[in-house]
Design a protein around this ligand. Sequence first.
Ligand SMILES: Cc1cc2nc3c(=O)[nH]c(=O)nc-3n(C[C@H](O)[C@H](O)[C@H](O)COP(=O)(O)O)c2cc1C
Length: 370
Amino acid sequence: MTTNDDQNLDPAALSPLWQPTVVGDLQLPHRLAMAPMTRDRSHESGVPSDMNARYYAQRASMALIITEGTQPSADGQGYLLTPGIYHDDHIDGWRAVTDAVHEAGGRIVIQLMHVGRVSHPQNTPHGRQAVAPSSVAPASPMFTAAGMQPIPEPRDLSTDEVRGVVEEFRLAARAAIAAGADGVEIHSANGYLLQQFLSNNANQRTDEYGGSIANRIRLSVEVAAAVADEIGAGRTGIRVSPGSPLNDIVEHDSDELYSALVSALAPLNLAYLHIASGGGDAPLLRKLRSLWPNTLLLNRGGVDLETRVRDIEDGLADVVTVGSLALANPDLVERLKSGASLNDPDQRTFYGGDERGYLDYPTLELAAVE
Ligand SMILES: Cc1cc2nc3c(=O)[nH]c(=O)nc-3n(C[C@H](O)[C@H](O)[C@H](O)COP(=O)(O)O)c2cc1C
């Protein structure tokens, strides 16, 4: 396993991370959390595997683990071997994961991710056409067992079916709590179903879920309200990615759109808002921070950690989330506190495969004896 000595970070610059904080019903011992990451290593049935439990338990020293995207229904799946949370067997599988994390001293919320149109029938056990706000396929291709393929046109959901999606999220949240999770994160980011409804291009609807900003934000707000009603607002978080073009999303009006969305979510008193953002949109981030009364988690993709920590000092974020650093360093917190070098993430093993690149990133302790 390679290490990257250039990534040696000054422990003093990171000290704002090590203050405790509160996220809804949860007390966090510090402010460095694990961002959600799909790893495609669950069983085909959507039941989490023993490997999944060991992977998350290895990372229990993160302030909070946000799991990989987890489908709230069979139609919510788009990638191979992703976990589900809508069946008793899923609950049993997740129970082994949450127990392992709790025994290791950690906290874990399950990310509820309905992919909508970002799906290929060959990637799901049911093989059905994907569902979406409108019958508009994303231009981006996707990985399948047969290699990269164009994404076929999805089927548009009827208005009643959209209301059914709200119930799917509600039941999935209930199942997540039954599985011992500390809460859920609603995925309204990165071009998946809820952001498809927010967008200008994937949503061509003429009912109350399409057209105006008030209509396009409706589904995300209804899902958040239903989940908070079901499991408690203090256990409910939501992730957004304002203006992100991921998965062929176009938003012409991100500023107005997210201001309206965050203003509509604020009265729900959710545990947290999680913003995924690159480096460049500071004015909108500041605006959203001012509109959001509760804890804000910020994921500045690809930005160095010292810059991300300054977001805490500047009051922009309460908690910093990191993806690939946590993936590659099971003992990230210990490494950062001691100024040790970091393992490099290996992109070839991000999605799918066995224990390699999943369970075998060394801890400092292991590296010392090897
Ligand atoms: C392997 C991998 C899988 C990811 N899967 C998800 C996911 O399931 N849900 C999600 O919201 N974001 C997902 N992301 C995005 C990350 O949460 C995060 O926003 C991104 O990696 C940028 O942060 P970083 O620079 O700290 O890694 C994934 C990223 C990676 C690297």
